[in-house]
Design a protein around this ligand. Structure first.
Ligand SMILES: [Zn+2]
Length: 87
């Protein structure tokens, strides 16, 4: 599992983008930005899946990684900046 500090850092990195903009990260560059070792990549994915389940972030396979400006076939994640829909 990730430590609380690591989880906080993931959120910090994902939220570090201009408002109303989406900044996508591939797992590799997110892990590098958060300074999570490759050996903990599975823990990072578990955390991201939990965040996705609660609607805090979005994820998809394949797309453009804004962190380093490259296309990837791997998992891309970004913070969900869309406000919850009103009932
Ligand atoms: Zn990347």
């Amino acid at each position: 599992m990730l430590s609380r500090a690591q989880e906080a850092r993931v959120l910090e990195v994902l939220r570090d983008c201009p408002s109303d903009a989406i900044r996508t990260y591939c797992l590799e560059h997110l892990a590098a930005a958060v300074k999570i070792l490759p050996t903990h990549a599975a823990d990072l994915i578990t955390f991201l899946q939990a965040m996705r389940a609660t609607g805090d972030c979005e994820a998809q396979y394949g797309g453009f990684c804004d962190a380093d400006g490259h296309d990837t076939e791997d998992l891309l994640v970004w913070i969900n900046v869309t406000p919850p829909a009103l009932p």
